[in-house]
Ligand binder design. Sequence first.
Ligand SMILES: Cc1ncc(COP(=O)(O)O)c(C=O)c1O
Length: 338
Amino acid sequence: MIIDLRSDTLTKPTQGMLKAMWAAEIGDDVFGEDPTVNALEQKLAEMFGMEAGLFCPSGTMTNQIAIRLHTGLQTEVICHKYSHIYLYEGGGIMSNSHASVKLLDGAYGKISPQDILDSINPDDVHAPETTLVSLENTMNKGGGSIYTLEEIRPIKAICEQHGLKLHLDGARIFNALVESGESPKDWGAMFDTISICLSKGLGCPVGSVLLGTKADIKRARKVRKAFGGGMRQGGFLAAAAIYALDHHIERLKEDHARARKLGGMLDQHSLVAEVFPVMTNIVIAKLSGITPAEMLEKLNAQDIKAVKFGKDQIRFVTHLDFDDEMLERFGERLKDIE
Ligand SMILES: Cc1ncc(COP(=O)(O)O)c(C=O)c1O
């Protein structure tokens, strides 16, 4: 049995999800005529109390479209130095939007209101104009860490005072919400745009939705076309997403519980110096006396897969296709690694 914990994107659709996909009513979404895509966009917009949604092929695309909406030539985005939009989207901030980036530091991938305030450029001929703050929740490279609404409120206030847009990379927003118990609508009220991934913890094969105002989503639809992201009979994929929203949100808590146990097992291992606090489904282990490549090789020999995540760290992500039996096996196999 291979235990694959490289990412929560690796899951395969469940039987229930496949049945929903098979039964989907479809049309051509570029013509705006796919009823299932339209229903998905509306469902998520309503959940978050936002005006409209746009179904896209990936979280990278929804983030990059949002950045395009809120920036342009000679403007600047403020984000954490570990944020996905900066580290893992192929330099898209520059190549898609021609914008500059101000990178902030902060524990577990989170940035503080004061640091944001201090980073807003003055109205000065030398400086790009700060137009956007982008946050990530949960924070992938921060070990699946969570922002609470109380942490967002002062950031929102700063953005309002300074005329900045606020975007959320909510690739794993439901992982955060099931832990905090906060409501999607309260989160929707904080942001100009939110990107939500269906293909991670929620277990869909493909897809992300961008939420925003009607006017922004109308523009976003045009940007999506230019990015090559207009899908035709996308309803098959949207049906999977609707199924996931109805059946796979609450169960994310199970992934978190397993991640905590897995973190505990790793923490006791002699080759692990430290495990980041496990808040959701991501477990980051800092190694001691072994390189990530060497550790991954040892894990591979035990049919366990993880990924390198920094110069002395590896990452494990729990998901829909990782169950209690696999967790038990993981613990047994880990003991055999020296
Ligand atoms: C935090 C975060 N944002 C965005 C993305 C991008 O999603 P996609 O792989 O669908 O482009 C990822 C993917 O892992 C992610 O972890």
